[in-house]
Design a protein around this ligand. Structure first.
Ligand SMILES: [Zn+2]
Length: 156
């Protein structure tokens, strides 16, 4: 697959970067996947892939726990605060992609782990999906509840 080749090339670029680890599908253990074309990753986060075996969408590669702690303390909040329009655009792209491949009623209810300010949850809710989120940044979780009335819990 064209996108898979692109992600594999990106993998190789990250192979020596100790901030990232490669992983098999966390649901079924499969190691074949297709990259999802949803735009560029925000900051130094992994890339979303679709498991070829079970269909789970997950990040691969993923940051180490140490890198993740550093990221959520600084770069993450700053990236999103300064790019709300981009977050809404990415969310709309993700929902368009999902609608091409799945029946939206089949994914309701949806729990997003790492829901930031809630742009993706709002886009899903606009499609009739029942949504909730978990967000490691208390500032973002509070904002998602206050600005959008979303059920978002601040937790790691
Ligand atoms: Zn899988």
């Amino acid at each position: 697959m064209r996108n898979t080749a692109r992600v594999l090339a990106w993998y190789d670029q990250l192979a020596d970067d100790s901030d990232f680890i490669r992983r098999a599908c966390p649901l079924c253990g499969g190691d074949e996947f297709a990259a999802l074309e949803i735009g560029e990753p925000v900051g130094r986060v992994g890339h979303n892939v679709l498991c070829a075996n079970c269909g789970l969408i997950y990040q691969n590669p993923v940051m180490t726990l140490e890198a993740m702690a550093r990221f959520y303390e600084s770069e993450y909040v700053t990236n999103y605060r300064d790019s709300e329009q981009m977050a809404r655009s990415l969310a709309a792209g993700r929902v368009r992609l999902l609608k091409q491949h799945v029946d939206m009623s089949a994914i309701s209810p949806e729990l997003e782990i790492g829901s930031a300010y809630g742009a993706y949850l709002v886009a899903l809710r606009d499609e009739g999906v029942e949504v909730a989120g978990v967000e490691p940044s208390r500032e973002m979780a509070d904002s998602a509840r206050r600005e959008h009335g979303l059920a978002v819990t601040a937790s790691t």
